[in-house]
Design a protein around this ligand. Structure first.
Ligand code: PHE
Length: 440
């Protein structure tokens, strides 16, 4: 039977479950801290509404119109545009490979909540530099995702996402209130609200904010085309899109408001703006509280849930493509995907230790994979979606699809202008300026 969301709320929560993940909790705080603080946050929010909302609307509309996987739905609009979906599949594989590494760290922290290890300041750098153990946890994380997808439990994704997103908001709100009561916290909060001149550079900050926006909203690689294909024609895509973007942005900003001020405050003025930031800062916060260990365990459980609901949406995109192309069963296509991403992920993991000296364009392997995915493939995927929806499909078709479920006839003039002109221009200029600066 064709898959359908049980309700509009279920669809919004499942999409939010894909969007809300390590991007919001692990990545947003350290990117903001290393790219201009409040300036990054402001630029990120502008991008989320100016470009994120139109691209998300376009992806959902393409998916609901096509009713097929990402590649086939793109082809229904223009037969030569299957490559837009293919690019998405390649990018999903890149993202999934480093997602496995960070998912593995999350599992390790979850299982270490009752030992005193993770509460020591240097634990992250010592642990991530190890060769063997992080790879084992990475494999366990990937196997959990594979099990969920193969067993078809991911069909119940709406339920898990509802629980994890709502609990995450409540828990982050509690932590925020706690952090705001720490001594001398107001100075540290300013770092998140006001621009930090030392780490701000217009070209780099805008590129990072744009790449992060695509990554965090799961855009530019077909995930939401697939989710859109399970929608009924009476769902209002516009209000759903705003709900998803607002939820995702809210959780990222809340995570930033917890992690950045706490990191400055608890490290006596210095900021841990590296991929280990959340893994160092959260235990530091909990070690100041009563009931430390159980709260720490619960927090890392929520992070794990958020990571898994995002990771399975990535795994579904790649494995369903492989099973269509190679005519493989679900288990084989999932296991092949897993193997490829696991091997790539091993190199990413080792780049914190024995491979730390291996550099590509001045970046280590982990940084290089995230750079390729967030700053090149995702924005390019975004441009393809814009052109496919705005130019190839055209305003009339787009507005017919988007008007369904709203009770109105929408003109979509502004939307097509953004899709055809503004968004591609902004994405291409930012990417080109950065590449130019990079190679000159
Ligand atoms: N949006 C997810 C996150 O923020 C990552 C992701 C990207 C998931 C693309 C699916 C597709 O962690």
């Amino acid at each position: 039977m064709e898959k359908r969301w049980s309700s509009k709320f279920g669809f919004i929560m499942a999409s939010a479950g894909s969007a809300v993940g390590l991007g919001n909790l692990w990545k947003f705080p350290y990117l903001a801290a290393s790219n201009g603080g409040g300036a990054f946050v402001l630029i990120y929010i502008i991008f989320a509404f100016l470009i994120g909302v139109p691209v998300l609307l376009a992806e959902l509309a393409i998916g609901r119109n096509g009713r097929k996987n990402a590649v086939e739905s793109c082809k229904m609009i223009s037969p030569k545009w299957g490559f837009a979906g293919l690019m998405g599949v390649i990018c999903s594989a890149l993202v999934f490979s480093f997602y496995g590494v960070v998912g593995g760290w999350t599992l390790k922290w979850l299982f270490s909540s009752f030992s005193s290890d993770i509460f020591s300041e240097s634990f992250f750098s010592v642990y991530s530099a190890k060769s063997f153990e992080p790879i084992i946890w990475q494999a366990i994380f990937l196997l959990i995702c594979a099990y969920i997808v193969i067993k078809g439990i991911s069909d119940g994704i709406e339920k898990y996402s509802e629980i994890s997103v709502i609990l995450l908001i409540i828990f982050l709100a509690g932590l925020m209130i706690y952090v705001f009561t720490l001594d001398n916290i107001s100075e540290s909060i300013k770092e998140f609200i006001f621009p930090d001149k030392n780490t701000f550079k217009l070209s780099k900050t805008t590129l990072s904010a744009m790449g992060q926006m695509f990554f965090s909203l799961s855009l530019g690689m077909g995930t939401l085309i697939t989710y859109g294909s399970y929608l009924s024609k009476d769902t209002n895509l516009i209000s759903s899109t705003f709900a998803i973007v607002i939820l995702d942005t809210l959780i990222a900003v809340m995570a930033g408001l917890v992690i950045i001020p706490a990191s400055i405050n608890l490290n006596t003025g210095s900021l841990n703006d590296n991929p280990g930031m959340i893994f160092q800062t959260l235990p530091q916060i909990f070690s100041k509280m009563k009931g430390t260990k159980i709260l720490c365990l619960f927090m890392f459980l929520l992070i794990l849930l958020a990571a898994v609901t995002s990771a399975i949406s990535l795994l579904e995109v790649i494995s369903s493509f492989l099973s269509d192309k190679l005519k493989l069963g679900k288990t084989s296509s999932v296991m092949i995907t897993l193997l490829i991403c696991f091997i790539l992920g091993i190199f990413a993991s080792l780049s914190f230790g024995i491979l730390s000296e291996v550099k590509m364009l001045g970046m280590n392997i982990f940084e290089f994979i995230t750079f390729l995915a967030d700053n090149i493939f995702l924005p390019l995927g975004g441009v393809s979606i814009c052109i496919l929806a705005g130019k190839k499909w055209g305003r009339e078709n787009l507005s017919n699809e988007l008007s369904l479920g709203t009770g109105k006839i929408l003109s979509c003039k502004m939307l097509t202008f953004i899709l055809n002109v503004l968004a591609p221009a902004v994405i291409i200029i930012i990417t080109a300026v950065n590449l130019y600066e990079f190679f000159s």
